[in-house]
Design a protein around this ligand. Structure first.
Ligand code: BG6
Length: 520
């Protein structure tokens, strides 16, 4: 080990006992023929296997309706891994080792006999623990969640016993409902057959390194946390911009829209981590308690005045990097008169002691000039004396940017004297880059999430009250949009930073959007 690595090792503090303790188990993937399985789940499990992080032994059983054999499914997965592996080349020996534990079970989700067949396949394992510990992964449509869980329970694959020696868990993909009522119904359906402690609701943003780093950054550094309040912070912006269009997902998007697709989950989760109070411990429930409290402190939206606080937008034809992009209404499976939002910007307040009257601006959209997610903390300006007295608004206030993706890192912006005999001041930047500091490796969110679910740690998953609180926020916004068509100020050309109405939203409080910048 070279000197600098040795020093890093000395300075690092490993939390808990280090590597997660995992026990032999069987992972059953419902929706085995789906995109998520080949694109994310199997590559994540393969990489965990390569790193020796999966339990020994483990088995993966894919369940789906299409006719396949173990071998033909493995061949399909191998081909997909070649395309989606984050590490590029696939290590054939490791793949063979991994694939030997992967089998397929053909069946219809509504057919009770298919679950008996599945139970038989689980029973094939030579390891008693792998036969008894079962992780059920629902990579299927939410309309099928309740039935599959009920059938798993009837076949003895799930039980409502969080403390049993042999564990049974269920991982649920998003979307988790389409409003509060449907989320409640889903929760009730799931909870008939599994205890809350056995349910792992996914939001893949929580699996991202940089999102996890928000809490570590806040609560392991004294300098910033002291400033993390209304006395020092003027406002906070959270941007999740996406360069790609809705593309082939028009049908889904017509039902969802950006508010349900991105705000209800990813943006509100990021907000909760940025703004929550310190938890009493690092235990899952302590952290989730604080996140829920934060979401509950968001000032309710008044549906009658929603346009003052929330702007939706929809892209029309434009260009990105010289590529022509068609309008949303021209996308396949989209109603040519659709009013569904492909962009949303919100101005919100958190009515608690720390954040009273500090605006939080959140925005997300498709077909924006670049894909980037960041949290920008804008500090208050200096008093209007000395430099500020001369430069006025041209003297930038300090800001801290947590770049969540890509070019992950953290930048602090402050003012500095331009060298020379004249007195000139301009903003300069100090930047920490993950790549430079830790190397280019950033694990896929799904690797972390799958490992946590296998280990039974729910910290990175969404609790029932969290998901329901998020839906109640989103529902009140949607109520304000009912039967209100989009106005001209809410359309934006593909390749621009969103509709004019979103600029107005901030201008009304003297602020403006800070767009993510390319980082070299
Ligand atoms: C998904 C949304 O949850 O998140 C997509 O359904 C979106 O519409 C995606 O593109 C963004 O995820 P990421 O990890 O690419 O930022």
């Amino acid at each position: 080990m070279d000197d600098s690595k040795q020093l890093d090792e000395l300075l690092s503090c490993r939390l808990g006992s280090g590597a997660k303790k995992v026990t032999p188990c069987t992972i059953v993937i419902f929706g085995a023929s789906g995109d998520l399985t080949s694109r994310k789940l199997i590559p994540a499990l393969y990489h965990l296997h390569c790193e020796g992080r999966l339990p020994d032994p483990f088995r993966v059983i894919g369940f789906a309706r299409r006719e396949k054999t173990d071998d033909s499914w493995r061949a399909e997965l191998r081909e997909a891994l070649g395309r989606f592996s984050r590490s590029g080349a696939v290590d054939e020996a490791k793949w063979e080792e991994f694939a030997a534990n992967v089998v397929y079970c053909r069946g219809d989700l509504t057919d009770g006999d298919a679950y008996a067949k599945l139970r038989d396949r689980i029973a094939e394992s030579e390891s008693e623990q792998a036969r008894n510990n079962v992780l059920v992964y629902l990579a299927i449509s939410p309309s099928q969640f309740s039935e599959v869980v009920a059938r798993c329970s009837a076949a003895g694959l799930l039980n409502r016993d969080p403390d049993a020696d042999a564990w049974r868990r269920v991982v649920v993909e998003k979307p988790f409902g389409r409003d509060l009522e449907s989320a409640r119904t889903l929760n009730e359906g799931l909870m008939e057959h599994a205890h809350e402690k056995q349910i792992f609701r996914i939001d893949h943003y929580l699996g991202k390194e940089t999102v996890q780093n928000i809490l570590m950054f806040r609560f392991s550094n004294s300098i910033f946390e002291q400033l993390w309040n209304r006395q020092s912070i003027d406002h906070i912006q959270i941007t999740v911009s996406e360069k790609h269009a809705v593309g082939g997902r028009g049908g889904y998007y017509e039902e969802a829209g950006a508010l349900r697709d991105m705000v209800q989950n990813h943006l509100l989760q990021a907000l909760a981590l940025v703004a929550m109070e310190p938890p009493v411990s690092l235990e899952a429930e302590a952290i989730r308690d604080e996140k829920v409290k934060l979401l509950q402190s968001i000032r309710p939206f008044d549906p009658a005045r929603i346009a003052d606080q929330v702007v939706r937008g929809q892209y029309f034809a434009g260009q990105i990097d010289g590529d022509a992009r068609q309008g949303y209404r021209q996308e396949p499976k989209v109603n040519p008169e659709s009013d569904v939002e492909t962009y949303v910007a919100l101005k919100m307040f958190i009515d608690n002691w720390r954040w009273s009257n500090v605006p939080f601006y959140l925005r997300t959209g498709k077909n924006l000039p670049m894909s980037a997610s960041e949290v920008r903390v804008q500090f208050r300006p200096t008093p209007n004396i000395l430099y500020a007295a001369q430069c006025g608004s041209r003297l930038a206030s300090n800001s801290l940017t947590l770049r969540l993706q890509p070019n992950e890192g953290i930048s602090l912006h402050f003012n500095g004297k331009v060298p020379g005999s004249s007195m000139e001041v301009r903003p300069v930047r100090m930047r920490f880059s993950y790549d430079t500091e830790f190397g280019a490796y950033t694990p896929e969110a799904y690797e972390r999430l799958l490992l946590e679910a296998i280990a039974g740690d729910a910290t990175l998953f969404i609790r029932r009250d969290e998901v329901e609180t998020a839906w109640s926020i989103v529902d009140s916004i949607r109520d304000g949009w009912t039967d209100v068509p989009l106005t001209n100020r809410e359309f934006y050309a593909a390749g621009t930073w969103g509709p004019v109405a979103a600029d107005d939203l901030l201008a009304s409080s003297g602020h403006k959007w800070r767009n993510p910048q390319p980082i070299k």
